[in-house]
Design a protein around this ligand. Structure first.
Ligand code: SF4
Length: 364
């Protein structure tokens, strides 16, 4: 019987010897590398960089409005103002939610995002943040994706810098990394409609980092993207972080299909296979390598069991408790958990659970 010898590609050898990968290397890995070798390499580099701890944050998701003037084909969350189930929370309702988050659930972070609501002035956001901080001065407000900041800047006719500074002065501590989707224009134009471009997203983040507003970064995969788009997206994030060092972690987000236009129009007929998800997570770890040391695994989109496997393919963070998450729920993902369940999932795979804050400081 002949033996099959599995040899690593030259790109894998390159990254394992400590060299940074270029675009062609990334393509070689995503297209040609044996999945198990890819995973083993990503796992080894994860261990070298951050050891065996797996972190998570106690976070509460607060979606202040689902009204949106955009119509992204990837989205199951948005509503028009006339829709029966459209809503916008008042500052009072937001403080009530914050009270549940902090006092009842022990959240250290409020993750606040919403639709592009054209009638909300910048004062709405300032009041929201000031009211939260007045009542809960210690909670971290991680709010408004760069795409929302860009929209608020356009609709209120303030510069991005001014919007960021005013919101920071009102209590904003960090930005979530949503809205990045996929940067390549041709692909992006087929999955989003009415959202900033990839370059505008990157520029908004650059300006946020410049005034000390750090945050995570994301990439939406598993829809219509090509391998080139994944590699291009990761290298753009890597280049930006070399300049600013403002990203706390990278979160690859698996696309959820249910109730989206991409599903209704049969543009995407099924969600990506788990082998592809693991490949993307491993390649992310290898391409970002020393530039961004945290790679987060979003259990809400992947499911809890696949999230455990992804932690062995380069991931070192489980994002968080995501209490009250609405956006992936609208696209068919169940999302209940607790800090204890996250600890259990981490212990089950022989790693050490660590509770962190938004900025990856260990708090427990
Ligand atoms: S993804 Fe965001 S911007 Fe696009 S339609 Fe949904 S809520 Fe609106």
């Amino acid at each position: 019987m002949s033996k099959t010898i599995i040899k690593p590609t030259s790109s894998l050898e390159k990254v394992l010897s400590g060299e940074e990968l270029n675009f062609n290397d990334g393509l070689e890995l995503i297209n040609d590398e044996n999945l198990f070798l890819l995973g083993a390499a990503a796992d080894r580099i994860r261990k070298e960089l951050v050891g065996d701890n797996v972190s998570f944050v106690s976070s509460y998701y607060l979606n202040y409005t689902n009204i949106c003037v955009a119509s992204c084909q990837l989205c199951a969350f948005y509503r028009r103002e006339k829709d029966e189930d459209a809503y916008t929370l008042t500052p009072k309702q937001i403080v009530q939610r914050a009270e549940i988050a902090v006092n009842d659930l022990g959240a250290t972070e409020l993750h606040i995002v919403g639709g592009f609501h054209a009638k909300l002035g910048i004062e709405y956001y300032e009041n929201m943040f000031r009211s939260i901080k007045l009542n809960f001065p210690k909670v971290i407000i991680k709010a408004l994706t760069p795409a929302e900041i860009f929209f608020i800047s356009k609709v209120t006719r303030n510069s991005i810098k001014e919007v960021l500074q005013r919101l920071k002065d009102a209590g904003l501590d960090a930005l979530p990394g949503g809205g990045a989707e996929i940067f390549n224009k041709q692909t992006r134009d087929k999955i989003v409609l009415g959202k900033c471009s990839g370059d505008e997203w990157l520029d908004t983040v650059y300006q946020a980092h410049k005034i000390g507003l750090k945050g995570n970064c994301t990439m939406l995969f598993g829809h219509i993207e090509k391998p080139e788009d994944i590699v291009d997206h990761l290298i753009k994030l890597r280049d930006l972080n070399k300049k600013t060092k403002g990203f706390t972690t990278f979160i690859p987000l698996k696309f959820s299909l249910e109730n989206t236009e991409l599903e209704k129009q049969h543009t995407v007929i099924s969600e990506s296979p788990s082998t592809y998800d693991l490949r993307v997570i491993a390649v992310s770890r290898l391409l970002l390598y020393k530039t961004l040391k945290n790679v987060s695994v979003y259990w809400v989109a992947l499911g809890k069991k696949l999230a455990q496997v992804a932690l062995c393919y380069g991931g070192n963070d489980l994002v968080g408790t995501a209490f009250s998450e609405e956006i992936f729920k609208a696209a068919g993902k169940a999302n209940h958990t607790s800090a204890n369940e996250l600890k259990f999932l981490i212990n089950e795979i022989g790693r050490n659970p660590v509770q962190r804050d938004t900025f990856f400081n260990v708090i427990n």
